[in-house]
Write a protein that binds this ligand. Structure first.
Ligand code: ZN
Length: 182
């Protein structure tokens, strides 16, 4: 069976009851976790059975991939906790106010889809995990929006594509390029 990804459309609330591992928005049901879609015809329900949440706590340093940015938040799928061997997979949200100590207007300018982010877990509320990239955290690997070549750091905020010379901005981690742990 195909793996359901976070944000995948599953149906409408008129058709189904929204079960575990889903969320609803404007009458539509979406996957909230990565896993297997489970339809229950008797209850007319849809759920997503994902990997159980790992034992995580605020302050832990995590690595993940930017899945998308919208409104005031970046969605990051965490795949690694610093110091832990096993692979994990959970969704986190990076709110614009948690990106930097300085003011950030548009998060979608500071993170690109597919970028690898090093962040710290800020708080955990049920299965909703907030992360922050204040201080030394940020992208450790970023990709050109035009040609997908890894970007080179120019200064604290500016990056350039060595291939097509496209200039971009990022919230850059102090140890940009250090992805040895991944
Ligand atoms: Zn490029």
């Amino acid at each position: 069976m195909d793996k359901t990804l976070i944000g995948d459309y599953l149906g409408t609330t008129e058709e189904y009851l929204a079960g575990d591992g889903t969320y609803t928005e404007d009458g539509k049901i979406y996957a909230a976790v990565i896993g297997e879609k489970i339809m229950d015809p008797d209850r007319h329900s849809v759920a997503v059975k994902g990997k159980p949440m790992p034992d995580i706590k605020p302050g832990q340093i995590v690595f993940g991939e930017v899945q998308g940015a919208r409104k005031n938040m970046v969605n990051v799928i965490v795949s690694k906790i610093e110091g832990l061997k096993e692979s994990i997979e959970f969704k986190t949200g990076l709110y614009v106010s948690n990106v930097s100590n300085s003011y950030v207007e548009k998060v979608e300018e500071m993170f690109g889809i597919g970028d690898i982010v090093k962040a710290r877990i800020l708080k955990i509320d049920n299965d909703l995990v907030d992360i922050e990239t204040r201080g030394d955290f940020g992208v450790v690997k970023a990709f050109c929006r035009v040609c997908r070549t890894p970007l080179e750091k120019k200064d604290d905020i500016n990056m350039e594509c060595p291939s097509c010379k496209h200039k971009e901005k990022r919230k850059i981690a102090a140890d940009y390029g250090n992805v040895a742990q991944l």
